[in-house]
Design a protein around this ligand. Structure first.
Ligand SMILES: Nc1ncnc2c1ncn2[C@@H]1O[C@H](COP(=O)(O)OP(=O)(O)O)[C@@H](O)[C@H]1O
Ligand SMILES: [Mg+2]
Length: 329
């Protein structure tokens, strides 16, 4: 079997969105010819994913993650470019493609609302024609990994979000799909439920070799699960490489924000970049490996009386900023 599972070349998807007139013209909405504007949800993405890989797909809200997943699942057709999954065009051969993939979408369930988890699974077994032995082996494994025992007989509508995600994960892997897409599976979950999802994905990738594409805006989803990261920003792939390299370079960054009592002279300290400084506020960012946090705090408070001070770890937003070369829009 060839090792490359997904191959995307110049993959692009545009949407035509009606512009809503505002103000005086807004009142004439019904009479005016609608004006459209093109949104490039995905703008020429090229990447490959090999069998067995677990790839994190990160980007801010609106970056193009869900659009990419819909293109890979065949739900959407590309405007330009092409993609193949296991050698086939996922949109033209939607049904064939659908039989060999799994899709998990955070905060949405594919299970039957009024059925107990157990019965949902039995239905899925029939839909996907899972042989009984394979079904039993998977259910046993998922009972262990996802602690299904406590929710096995509960109707899906009575499950908490975290419990439902555990059931949905098990359901998607029930028929052993070689490729599973996860669109923000940890969104809205509490810390423990998030940890359970990450641990499960790591296990299933390691033991079964299932190829995973995990879309998320939470950097902490990557740490355990995804050795490789694709970062998308405004429809373009901004980074494709190792997770450790990315977090090693940018994950050690610290941002300090100070509310100032009055106008201060321009702040300078070797190794520290000023993101913003005006009469009321100073924002700086630096790498804690090269400059100690305490030294920066001392320098800031010495430069000007400070009303309030906050320190935060680099998040996805600040990493995107750095990769994007200071573009802060
Ligand atoms: N069906 C659609 N119609 C119009 N615009 C869309 C549609 N789907 C997505 N978009 C736009 O495309 C961009 C990317 O959206 P999406 O792929 O959902 O991003 P993400 O999942 O990273 O938050 C956004 O600007 C979004 O508003
Ligand atoms: Mg999305």
């Amino acid at each position: 079997m060839p090792s490359c599972l997904i191959e995307a070349h110049d993959l692009t998807r545009e949407f035509r969105v009606a512009e809503t007139p505002e103000g005086f013209l807004g009142g004439l909405r019904g009479f005016l010819k609608p004006r459209y504007r093109l949104v490039q949800a995905l703008a020429g993405a090229s990447f490959r994913i090999d069998r067995g890989e677990a790839v994190g797909y990160i980007g801010l809200n609106g970056a193009g993650k869900s659009t990419t997943i819909k293109l890979l699942c065949g739900i959407l057709a590309p405007t330009r470019g092409r993609v193949t999954v296991a050698g086939i065009d996922p949109h033209r051969r939607r049904l064939e493609n659908a039989g060999r993939i799994g899709l998990v979408v955070g905060q949405r369930t594919q299970l039957w609302w009024d059925l107990p988890v157990r019965e949902s699974f039995q239905l899925l077994r029939r839909v996907y024609r899972v042989p009984l032995a394979a079904y039993r082996a998977n259910v046993a494994l998922f009972h262990d990994l996802l602690d299904l025992g406590s929710i096995w007989n509960t109707p899906v509508r009575l499950l908490s979000l975290g419990q439902r995600m555990r059931a949905d994960l098990a359901a998607v892997f029930l028929h052993d799909p070689p490729m599973v897409y996860l669109d923000e599976p940890t969104i809205g979950l509490d810390v423990l439920a998030k940890a359970a999802v990450r641990q499960f994905l790591k296990e299933i990738n390691r033991t079964r070799g299932v190829t995973l594409l995990l879309a998320t805006h939470d950097l902490r989803d990557l740490a355990l699960t995804c050795p490789r990261v694709l970062m998308v920003h405004r429809g373009r792939i901004l980074y494709d490489g190792g997770q450790e390299e990315l977090l090693g370079r940018y994950g050690q960054e610290v941002q300090v924000v100070a509310e100032l009592e009055r106008q201060a002279p321009p702040f300078t300290l070797p190794g520290v970049s000023v993101l913003r400084q005006d009469a009321g506020r100073l924002e700086v960012v630096f790498n804690r490996r090269s400059v100690p946090v305490a030294a920066v705090l001392a320098a800031v408070t010495e430069s000007c009386p400070v009303r309030d001070l906050s320190v935060r770890e680099a998040d996805l937003e600040s990493i995107v900023q750095r990769l994007y070369g200071g573009d802060r829009r």
